[in-house]
Design a protein around this ligand. Structure first.
Ligand code: PAF
Length: 283
């Protein structure tokens, strides 16, 4: 496995692979890799001749006061994990190489980014869409793999790829959970032992909401009340949002329709965690 540290070298490697007729799978990450990322690598490995994992903490998707500086960085550990999963290249560019001082172009999406995390984190998805577009242009993947845990991000990237006629297939992969239910996240590392226990309230609310929908609940307000009540019972938890949106447009809805996303962001202490489930009629 190789670590490529410049945009120019990564572009040259991707071009050489393409000239050989090899298919490329990309797993975009910000590092601090966990089993959720590993499942994306496995999916990429199974579907591609060459697998690239990008490890880049993207400054422009963090707002003022967010955790850009504190975001855990450990390339050696990440590289070991990638090597174990049979990754061919870790792409780890410098910030200045990705964003030259004169950088002045951004990818901005309209309404899909208004709700959920887009409402709580203004500018976040502008940063995500911009860096993902750049990664697609640099790595030239045939397929790119994203986790369903960031459900709005996945919906937005699928929309962006369709809208801008990008030559890449976006593959969504299921949420990976700890044995006790907590969704795997790089930010779980911020939790104290007490907070780690309190964080289980997210998956408890998700499982209760899912069970209610499976039992026939279709009223979004009732569902939000049920899930919100579970979270509010945990003293260390503070709700950012619990929302029901259309699974494609990401717009809030009053009733669970053919495809709905039930999503939440909750602060446990000062750590903001997200979780969700997708309801698809007939699934
Ligand atoms: O999901 C993430 O880790 C990031 O948002 C991504 C897609 C790697 C872009 O920086």
């Amino acid at each position: 496995m190789e670590i490529i540290r410049t945009v120019a070298d990564m572009k040259a490697r991707a071009a050489a692979w393409k000239a050989e007729g090899l298919s490329i799978g990309l797993v975009p990450t910000m590092g601090s890799l966990h089993e959720g990322h590993e499942s994306l690598m496995d999916a990429a490995r199974a579907a591609s001749d060459r697998v690239v994992v990008s490890v880049f903490v993207n400054p422009i998707q963090f707002g003022p006061g967010e955790d850009y500086e504190a975001y855990p960085r450990d390339l050696e550990r990440d590289a070991r994990i990638c090597e174990r999963r049979g990754v061919d290249v870790v792409f780890h560019p410098e910030v200045d190489d990705m964003y030259a001082p004169a950088h002045n172009t951004f990818v901005v999406m309209e309404t899909l980014t208004d709700s959920l995390c887009g409402a709580s984190r203004p500018g976040h998805f502008r940063g995500v869409c911009t860096v993902v577009t750049k990664l697609f242009n640099i790595v030239q993947p045939h397929r790119a793999f994203f986790g369903q845990k960031d459900a709005q991000q996945l919906a937005i990237i699928k929309r962006m790829v369709a809208d801008l006629n990008m030559n890449v297939t976006v593959v969504g992969c299921p949420i990976v959970r700890e044995a006790d239910g907590l969704a795997k996240s790089s930010r779980n590392a911020y939790l104290s032992a007490e907070e780690r226990q309190a964080a289980l309230v997210l998956s408890r609310a998700i499982f209760a909401g899912k069970a209610a929908v499976e039992a026939g609940e279709r009223d979004a307000a009732a569902l939000k009340a049920l899930m919100g009540g579970i979270i509010e019972a945990e003293p260390l938890a503070r709700i950012d949002y619990v929302e029901v949106v259309d699974g494609v447009t990401m717009q809030p809805t009053d009733a669970i329709g053919a495809m709905a996303l039930v999503a939440m962001a909750v602060y446990i202490g000062s750590t903001r965690l997200i979780d969700n489930f997708l309801y698809e009629e007939g699934e």
